[in-house]
Design a protein around this ligand. Sequence first.
Ligand code: F6P
Length: 328
Amino acid sequence: MGKKLNRIGLLTSGGDAPGMNAAIRAVVRTCTHYNVECVGIYRGYQGLIEGDFMLMNARSVNNIINKGGTILKSARSDEFRTKAGRKKAYESIKEGNIDALIVIGGDGTFTGAMKFNKEFDFPVIGIPGTIDNDIFGTNFTIGYDTALNTVVEAIDKIRDTASSHNRLFFVEVMGRDAGFIALNAGVGAGAEEILIPEENLGLERLLESLKKSKRSGKSSSIVVVAEGDKTGKNVFELADYVTKNLPEYEARVSVLGHMQRGGSPTCFDRVLASRLGVKAVELILDGKTNLMVGTINNKIEMTDLEKAIKGHHSIDQELLRVSDIMST
Ligand code: F6P
């Protein structure tokens, strides 16, 4: 271990994700293990600017491994996006005697951490926590697995009613810029078609595929649509478009929304959060900075924050092919 640090700050920022609490628990308890103080920072970067801090210890994180959300609260701080805001944050971090920062979140969180590190040469380590799984340098982000299971459970229920009424359902799932939830949950729930931001499959193809489903004897169908899909139509417009062109279909829309961000984390997310939390503290104690800790092929790997944000975590073409064959 390198130079001794006395106090590590910890925050969660951006969209919350199930498993963030398990990561908080892991960071706090690892700090205790190494005799370092851990300061919880409330409401992400906004709380950092305002000095909304609380000293934590191993007992502050009792019974949270199973809880969704984040006990530290989260926010998307506009002020921290400005240089003046970051300067205020630096002043309050100095006042709080914090020597290094661990941030749990997605690309917006890492962008903020990177700027903060560049401007003030302040040590930062990132832990990927977002349901979207859109971070380069890790196969899985904390919260993604739980969100997938939540979506699959919801679509299973929708399928029951779709099949009873011989209906076509358009189910919108989260993913403004990424189709990981749509593609994986879509395959897991047996969706007939999956529309994602990374590929424009086209409206014609959607109509063709639905016609084919009808011809093959299917009486109900599920189309999973990521928020940011590339057809240029939102989920309601898509449903209208399809029923105008294929009047034999009775369509309904279901927007799953923020329920995808809640709930008790799966075992996978709890274990991932625990591993990443321990490693994040160890990296700081080792004098490392500006890195994100993730897992690749189940091994802990480090990636520069800049690469984690800018690198392309591409969609699984094999899975698209599987989805295609399964919709036969
Ligand atoms: O956390 C990522 C995400 O879940 C996106 O998939 C979604 O578009 C966005 O957050 C919505 O966030 P909010 O409603 O908190 O602004």
